[in-house]
Design a protein around this ligand. Structure first.
Ligand code: NAD
Length: 492
């Protein structure tokens, strides 16, 4: 009897996953064999003549060679940014700066398909996400901040907003183009010039953005994009002529940066790691909540700083939620990120996949129960099945540490106070989610949860007008919205 039921379920899941392939065309974007550094409006070779490989994590094939900027190149980029700041950008009226930013936004929209294809090939995220989320949201940030460029005195009444100078900006690999937009758009709107370093695994869309910036005729040196790994980032952070550091990445590197700029005049915003609690009360619409949980952790392979990686379910609906979640997991398609049917693409690098697998072992050693979907995964490339851990202790490493993969821990609770305490029992404080029918519970939790963003009856919603940022080890400062202008200004 049980075997018959299992076979029926297996058939149901297989048919739910059996869509005909719908691949996006790779020909929508050509990728050069080699990419140089974008300094002072031109693409230029690195002085050390070093290049590193960029790999497609879905297939492990090499996509391109990327220039590695050494300290001398960082210095050239900072000098170009300083010169552009002194001679052009800080003197330009906000209205004129705004026109350039609008132009960049429009050109991103015109090249949206190409940007989405490059983002997916380079980073492994499903084309649906690159196309429907990353690229349009990145363009929207430029549109939004273009509008502020000539209105800074209205943004900060009774203040005299002054730009800072040269901003050194460093971004991670999970939202390469979007994070570049989060950084560059407000810096330009506030009259600063930029040296941006993308992550070494995912440089290609930032370099595409450099091409757009060149075509948009932005004065040379206003935006410089230099590629490389941690040493390049450190040289930028420690350059004496940088006035502001904007960093998004791991808490570990954020701490190194905070230490190295302590005692200098450099301003900083640090957007760091997270371990968000997603909370389901028994009065929540459970199907929607389960969908929100799936979107919150399995979206973008769990490579999301604000991923809802800790699920807390009220005890009375725990069994039902777990059953629905497991059923839903079985219907998720893991595989070729260029296929429009794919829900979960490739893990961004072998190193990251190894790190996730390390946590899968730790979770089992800690006594938690692991459940993985039975979905098939490609033999080549870096993939991880969506994974759930139950029977998890609050103090366990899988519940406390950021895994940054499609891995969800589940615990139960009885009362509001209990779940608030459990949710706040984390070194991080970036985001959280609450699912309930009661507005009063939402208000209670949003005021008591120590998280920069709390979503209610939804998850992972972003808008350029909304600020984003964390508490505790998730960093400091806000990006997005009106709040995102302030870190780029002296407000006297
Ligand atoms: P990472 O810290 O390893 O690298 C981030 C960037 O810093 C990369 O460009 C890297 O080359 C550079 N870097 C490395 N060492 C450096 C150093 N010593 N000095 C200066 N720069 C250095 O992070 P990652 O693995 O690329 O990204 C994942 C992390 O980013 C996760 O922890 C995630 O939560 C976090 N993240 C946070 C947010 C947010 O808004 N809070 C958004 C996205 C990602």
């Amino acid at each position: 009897m049980a075997t018959k039921k299992n076979n029926t379920l297996k058939l149901k899941f297989e048919s739910a996953r059996s869509y005909a392939p719908a691949p996006e065309s790779r020909s929508a974007a050509t990728i050069n064999e080699r990419y140089e550094l974008f300094i002072n409006g031109k693409f230029d070779k690195p002085q050390g003549k070093k290049y590193f490989d960029s790999i497609n994590p879905a297939t492990e094939e090499k996509l391109s060679s990327i220039a590695e900027a050494g300290a001398a190149d960082v210095d050239r980029a900072v000098k170009a940014a300083r010169n552009a700041y002194d001679t052009t950008w800080k003197k330009m009226p906000g209205k004129e700066r705004g026109k350039y930013i609008f132009r960049i936004a429009r050109m991103m929209q015109e090249r949206a398909r190409e940007l989405a294809v490059v983002e997916t090939l380079d980073g492994g995220k499903p084309i649906r996400e690159s196309r429907d989320f990353d690229v349009p949201t990145a363009a929207n940030h430029f549109f939004y901040y273009a509008g502020w460029a000539d209105k800074l005195e209205y943004a900060f009444p009774a203040k005299k907003p002054q730009s800072l100078g040269v901003a050194g900006q460093i971004v991670p690999w999970n939202f390469p183009l979007l994070m570049a937009a989060w950084k560059i758009a407000p810096a330009l709107a506030t009259g600063n010039t930029v040296v941006l370093k993308p992550a070494e695994n995912t440089s290609l869309t930032a370099l595409r953005l450099a091409e757009i910036i060149q075509e948009a005729d932005l004065p040379p040196g206003v935006v410089n994009i230099i590629t490389g790994a941690g040493a390049t980032g450190a040289a930028l952070v420690n350059h004496p002529d940088v006035n502001k550091i904007a960093f998004t990445g791991s808490t570990e590197v954020g701490k190194i940066i905070a230490r190295s700029i302590a005692g200098t005049n450099k301003k900083a915003t640090l957007e760091l790691g997270g371990k968000a609690a997603n909370i389901i009360f028994d009065d929540a619409p459970l199907d929607q909540a389960v969908e929100g949980v799936v979107n919150g952790i399995f979206f973008n392979q769990g490579h999301v700083c604000c991923a809802g990686s800790r699920l807390y379910v009220q005890e009375s609906v725990y069994k039902e939620v777990l059953r629905k979640l497991k059923d839903r997991l079985e219907t998720l398609i893991v595989g070729d990120p260029m296929d429009k049917n794919t829900d979960i693409g490739a893990i961004n690098s072998k190193e990251q996949l190894n790190n996730i697998n390390k946590y899968l072992k730790i979770g089992q050693q800690e006594g938690a129960e692991m459940y993985q979907s039975s979905v098939p995964i490609p033999a080549k490339g870096f993939y991880c099945r969506p994974t759930i851990f139950t029977n998890v202790a609050q103090s366990s490493r899988i519940s406390q540490e950021e895994i940054f993969g499609p891995v969800l821990t589940i615990q139960t609770f009885r009362t509001e106070d209990e779940v608030i305490e459990k949710a706040n029992n984390s070194p991080y404080g970036l985001s959280a989610g609450v699912w309930t029918d009661k507005g009063s519970k939402i208000f209670n939790l949003t005021t008591k949860l120590r998280a920069g963003v709390v979503w209610a009856n939804t998850y992972n919603q972003f808008d350029p007008a909304s600020p984003f940022g964390g508490y505790k080890e998730s960093g400091y400062g806000r990006e997005g919205g009106l709040h995102g202008l302030a870190p780029y200004l002296n407000l006297s």
